[in-house]
Design a protein around this ligand. Sequence first.
Ligand SMILES: [Zn+2]
Length: 331
Amino acid sequence: MKVVDMHCDTISVILNEQRKGKNTNLRRNNLNIDIEKMKQGDYLLQNFAMFVDFKRANNPLEQCLSLIDCFYDELEKNKDSISLALNYEDIIKNQKEGKISAVLTIEEGGVVCSSLACLRMLYKLGVRLITLTWNYPNCIGFPNFNMDNCDMPDAHLANTKEGLTPFGIELVQEMERLGMIIDVSHLSDAGFYDVLKYTTKPFVASHSNVRSIANHCRNMSDDMILELAKRGGVLGINFAGDFLEECEPGMKIRSTINNMVKHIRHVVNLAGIDCVGLGSDFDGIYQNLEIDHAGKMPELEKALRAAGFSEEDIEKIFYKNVLRVYKEILK
Ligand SMILES: [Zn+2]
C-alpha cells in the first residue's frame, strides 16, 4: 500500500547531526526515516518539515534557510530515488519514474517575520505547506500547548480566546492565493476557527489526533474534526504515544498500532472516511514506538484490514485523501 506522510522532522535531525560532524544522511541512517526504509514501506510521498525552535535558534529565518539547503542537498545526493514535488503533476511524474516525492514544508510559520514578501519568497524556494505555529505565540497566531513561559504547560488546556493575529489572517489568505497548504496542527482552538472563518479552501491538521480519546490540546475536538471534514481537509494521525493515549504529564507512553486504529475508527465514524490520513511525526517523537520506522507501515495496513476496513478505505487513509487535497490546492 502506498504511503503519503504529512509530517516528519528528519531533516532537522540530519542537519543537527551534520553540524556535530557526523555523517548522518537521508540515504541510510539510524533514524525513523531514510530512503531505504521508505522504499521498504512503499512510500509515494513524504512531507519534510523544516522545524525551527524559535527560542533556541539565534536567527530563525537563517535556521530555516539552512534546513532548506540541507533538504535540497540530500535530494541532490539521492536523485535516483527521491525528487521534489511542487504540485500534483510532479507527484505523478515522480511516481512514473519510480521515485518517492518530497514535499518541502515549514513547522513554525513565525520564520516569515511578519512579512508577506518573505512568505512569497519561501514559496519560490519550494515551500508548499506551513504549520502556522509551533508551541510559541508568533506573528501569525497562538498555539494551544504554549511553551512561552513554561516548558510543561497544562496539556488539557486549549486556548479558545487567542487565535490568528491581523497579520495571520492576511497570511492565510495569501497562502490560499499562492496555492500553499495551511496546517493547523499546534494552532490554538481559536486559531482553528479563525482559519475556518477567513479561508475558503481545504486545509490540514498534518499531525494531530482525536482529543475525545486522548485529552491533549495538541489533538482536535470532535467539532473541529467535523468542521475540517466539511471543508474537505484531512487530519494526519500522529504516532506519538502521548497523543494516542492519555497519560500523566511528562510520562512517555508506548505508541501502539491498536491505538492508531482506535483514533482512525473514531474519525471515520464521526466525520467520514475522506478526512483521515497519516502524519507520523517520525524523528520528532522520541518514544517507545511499535511502528518505529517507515519500513513498518505495512503493519498498520494489516491492522486496519483486520479491523474491518476495506481496501478502498485503507487506500484513502494511506494516501488518497491527502493527494486529493494536494491536487486541489497546490499549483
Ligand atoms: Zn509538531
